[in-house]
Structure formats: C-alpha cells, structure tokens
Design a protein around this ligand. Structure first.
Ligand SMILES: Nc1ncnc2c1ncn2[C@@H]1O[C@H](COP(=O)(O)OP(=O)(O)O)[C@@H](O)[C@H]1O
Ligand SMILES: O=P(O)(O)O[C@H]1O[C@H](CO)[C@@H](O[C@H]2O[C@H](CO)[C@@H](O)[C@H](O)[C@H]2O)[C@H](O)[C@H]1O
Length: 490
C-alpha cells in the first residue's frame, strides 16, 4: 500500500505540477520567496482504485530552510466538473503509483470519508497511524467538506458531528493543539471542544525539521486533529464585525464629531457584555492550563531574553516593511521599560496566538480553539511557557483589528469623514478592550491594568508580528495593524 521512495525524484512532472500549485495555496507559508527544490518525502496510498487517495509529505526547500507540507492528493481517470477548481494537472503515466488527473483531495467528499474509518479502526498504514481518542467513538458514515475562509491549515467538516483540521506545514513532535486540548478535556474544562481522534506519523518520517532547532525527539508528528464540531457556534471575529458595522451605521448627531467608548455602547449590536464574558472564559482556561502544565516563577533574566527577541523581531520586520520604521523608537522604549523590571513573573502554558478568530460563541458560552501558537514561531517557542497577559494582549490587538478592518475597507473617504470614522473605531475598541480586561481580572486572571507596561509591550510585539504576517500573506490588510499602531505608538 505504501510507496516510500528511497531516492525521491526531483524533476518529474508530478513534482513540477506541485511546484506550480503550492505557492498559490492560502496556507503555504513561504510566499515571500521562490521554491528552490521540492521533493516528495513520503507517499502513502490510503485508498486504491478510481478515485485514489494518496497522502504526501512535500519537502520544500527555500534558501537554507526545508519545510514539510502535508497534502491529500486525489487521482482520477476522468475529472468531474466540481473538482476543476482544485485540479493541479494530469499525469500521463504513473509516477509514485499515481496517474490521471491529480487534485487537492480535501475538496473531494468521496475521498475524505475514508479518513473517519481509518481513525475509528485505529489503522496503521505505512508511516501513518490513525488514532481514536480514549473513551470516544468515531462515526464513519460522513463526508468531509472544507470550511471556506482564512486559515493557516485546512479543516473539513463532517456532517454536524466533527471538524478535522489537517495541519499543512508540519512541525516535529506532538502538536500543541492536540496536547493542550487533551489535557484540558481531561480536566473537564468546558471552554474547549472534545477530541475524537487524530492522525500521526512516526517521528523519523519527517526528515530534518525546518528550523534545525527542535527535532521533536521520539514523539510522533501530529498530522490532523478530529474534534467535536460546535454547530451552533459563531466565531468571535464575525460577531465583533457585526457589532462594529452596527456602530458605524449609527447616525452622528449634527456637529458632534467626538465619539466616546460609552457612545459605542448605545449602538444596537453592543459587544461589551460578550467581551467581558470572553475575558472571564480566558481567565478560566489560563487557570486550567496552569494546573494541567504547572507554573514557574520566571527570573527577570527570562523576561530580558524575551525582550531581546522582541527587539530582534522588530529589527527584522522594520528591515522588510519600511512603513513600520517611524514607530520603532516608541516601541523600543516600551520594550526597554519592561526589561528593567526586577521581579520574577509567573510563566505557564498559554494559547500563544489568541485572537477573535480563535474563539467561538456557542449557546452555552465561549469556546477557545487552536492552541497551536503563532505559525511563524519554532515548535519549541510555541510550546514554551509565557506570561498569561501575552494572550490578553493578543485579544486586545484583535479588538483593534475588528474596529479598523471596516475602516480600511472604506476606501478613499474625504479626510473629515475618515477622521470621524477613526474616532468611532477608537471608541468601539476602547469599550470592548476595557470590558474584556474587566472580565479577565474579575475571573481571577492577573489584572491587565496593574501590568500596563507589560501588556503594552506584548501588544507592540504582536503588532510587529502582524505587520510581517500581513505583508507576507495578505498585503491588502497591512493598513489595519499600521493604522492601529499609529494610534498606539504615534
Ligand atoms: N470545534 C469547532 N466547531 C466549529 N467550528 C470550528 C471548530 N474548530 C474550528 N472551527 C472553525 O474553523 C476555523 C479555523 O479553525 P482553527 O483551528 O483556528 O484553524 P487554523 O489553525 O488553520 O487557523 C475557526 O475559526 C472556526 O470558525
Ligand atoms: O491562522 P491563525 O488563526 O493561526 O493565525 C494567523 O492568521 C490570523 C488571521 O487569519 C492572524 O490574525 C490577525 O488577523 C485577525 C483577523 O483576521 C485578527 O483578529 C488578529 O488580531 C490578527 O492578529 C494571526 O496573527 C496569524 O497568526
């Protein structure tokens, strides 16, 4: 069933098709440079016949870095019309046992269903092992359909039962998302979806890790995570945008260009009560993470190392994105103030990439998703302990994003109107940021107001990260973090 090439071909037509297709994918992390070499690391046939399903790991070299991407490849003799948008091309003869039209099988319901059967039966196929979570069942009668929208990975929804996240760029070792979700579920935490299964691969099969700094040791590499699908849920980003739209649509009283945070509460779709509840849920998850993984009193040297890394990131992003440079002195001043703090700080596992798109509002409250950390960080950094207010700062940035996202899309508005809209955006962000912090502190989290400089430093660090993220992945969004930075650091 498995073809694991000992000397992978480097210039076949399949490789050429993949090299052309990969940079066009939303989840491809190396869009800022050319691909120097692409090889097929492993190829595992998961379903024979027509259509056939192949699991591929692609080893992609860009300059001195090799990244590993996961792909479900479909192959068919004839191509149905609905798969035309996801086709890569046609192979004339068999390569790696693959022939015919080849395409992204995440979009072929007929080929996603077998994944559930493999997990339910806990099968091992070549280097891949399919797991079922202890004490749960996995239904096998459902087809998977990819969710639309902005994603670093690809998630398939199976009926209204499961969502399966296929990690695209692979990291060595167990995924923090799987590790944290299992640990929190075991503690009975009500703010995470339950885990039903996962797919993993034997450690050696990934070859050299991309960063060269973390091999993941003997741990299996997590490839996919199957969780309970929260079908009544709406994500925090959508809810927040609805509220912002509502607030922007309120007519202004003649001659009153100033808008306060309290005015923002008068809008029909006020979000502040939800923001406060989200703050409380965040503090509860932090408490459970502290119990599950422990807390260390980090000496001031740790904080200084973190601040050093903040400066380094700022150097790199300023070099790549000139629009950031005017704000650098103000940002560095805040970083340095934090570095001069002398007291030890409690460090623990945190979310690591916390924003409104990572939280879902269900009938019963807020659920937190995606404990993977920031995609650009190394695996070791993503698993490292941090101060919990780093997550708080991430969510505060997200309120800034939500407030300014619509503004950035308003296009060229006359300066006076732009100023009025900016005031509205500020009022909305201020109101919801305050409500979130109040909910967080009231539920037992460290009070953000009592650690204002630390929170500000984390916010700036996140904003710098976002500027690089947007420049690389979504250049049209770049004005969003830049405008918010202009206010915070201007
Ligand atoms: N358990 C779930 N139930 C319902 N929707 C979910 C669930 N998990 C994720 N989603 C949806 O999928 C989106 C992407 O999930 P996420 O884990 O953040 O993926 P990524 O790491 O690729 O960004 C979320 O923003 C949410 O809308
Ligand atoms: O894919 P992930 O969710 O793991 O995170 C990455 O992509 C996010 C965007 O999809 C990005 O978040 C930034 O944009 C959000 C709006 O789309 C905003 O709410 C966040 O505050 C902002 O940071 C995230 O930074 C990136 O790691």
């Amino acid at each position: 069933m498995t073809v694991a090439p000992s000397a992978p071909p480097t210039d076949t037509s399949l490789v050429r098709l993949l090299t052309g297709w990969l940079p066009r994918q939303r989840w491809f992390g190396g869009k800022d440079g050319p691909i120097h070499d692409l090889t097929i690391g492993t190829a595992t046939e998961l379903r024979t016949g027509d259509p056939a399903l192949h699991h591929l790991i692609l080893d992609v070299r860009q300059d001195d870095t090799t990244d590993h991407y996961q792909l479900l490849l479909g192959a068919r003799r004839d191509l149905p019309e609905h798969l035309a948008p996801v086709v890569m091309g046609r192979l004339e003869g068999p390569e790696q046992g693959i022939t015919g039209y080849v395409y992204d099988a995440a979009h072929d319901a007929e080929l996603t269903r077998p994944l559930l059967g493999l997990m339910a039966d806990e099968r091992t196929v070549g280097p891949l092992t399919f797991r079922r979570a202890p004490g749960t069942g996995v239904r096998t009668d459902l087809d998977g359909v990819p969710i639309p929208g902005e994603q670093s990975n690809t998630s398939l929804i199976f009926g209204d039962a499961y969502i399966c996240k296929l990690f695209r760029r692979l990291s060595p070792g167990v995924s923090p998302d799987l590790e944290v979700n299992l640990a929190l579920s075991r503690r009975g935490c009500e703010h995470v979806p339950s885990v039903h299964g996962w797919i993993e691969m034997e450690p050696g099969a990934l070859g050299n890790p991309s960063s060269g700094t973390d091999s993941g040791g003997d741990e299996p590499v997590t490839l996919a995570l199957l969780s309970e699908f929260l079908r009544t849920a709406t994500d925090g980003w959508q809810l927040a945008l609805t509220s912002v739209r509502d607030w922007f649509a309120q007519p202004a009283a003649p001659g009153t260009p100033a808008f306060t945070a309290d005015d923002a509460g008068a809008a029909g779709g006020d979000f502040a009560a939800e923001a406060e509840r989200l703050g409380a849920a965040t503090a509860e998850v932090h408490r459970d993470l502290a119990v599950a993984f422990g807390v260390v009193q980090a000496p001031p040297e740790n904080l200084r190392k973190i601040v050093f890394a903040m400066h380094e990131q700022l150097d790199q992003v300023s070099a790549a994105v000139p629009q950031l440079r005017p704000y650098a002195p103000a940002i560095r001043a805040v970083f340095d103030r934090v570095a001069s703090e002398a007291a030890p700080l409690p460090f623990q596992r945190v979310h690591g990439d916390y924003h409104l798109g990572q939280v879902l509002r269900t009938d019963s409250g807020w659920t937190l998703l995606d404990f993977e950390g920031e995609p650009a960080r190394t695996p070791a950094e993503r698993r490292a302990s941090a101060h919990p207010l780093r997550d708080v700062a991430g969510m505060l940035r997200s309120f800034e994003y939500a407030a300014r996202f619509l503004l950035a899309r308003e296009g060229d508005v006359p300066p006076q109107a732009a100023e009025a809209l900016e005031l509205r955006a500020q009022a909305w962000a201020e109101r919801n940021r305050a409500a979130f912090c109040a909910g967080y502190a009231a539920a037992g989290g460290p009070d953000p107001a009592a650690h204002a400089t630390l929170v500000r430093a984390f916010e700036f660090d996140k904003a710098v990260y976002e500027i690089r993220y947007e420049a690389r992945n979504r250049p049209s969004w770049l004005p969003v973090p830049l405008r918010s930075l202009a206010r915070l650091a201007g």
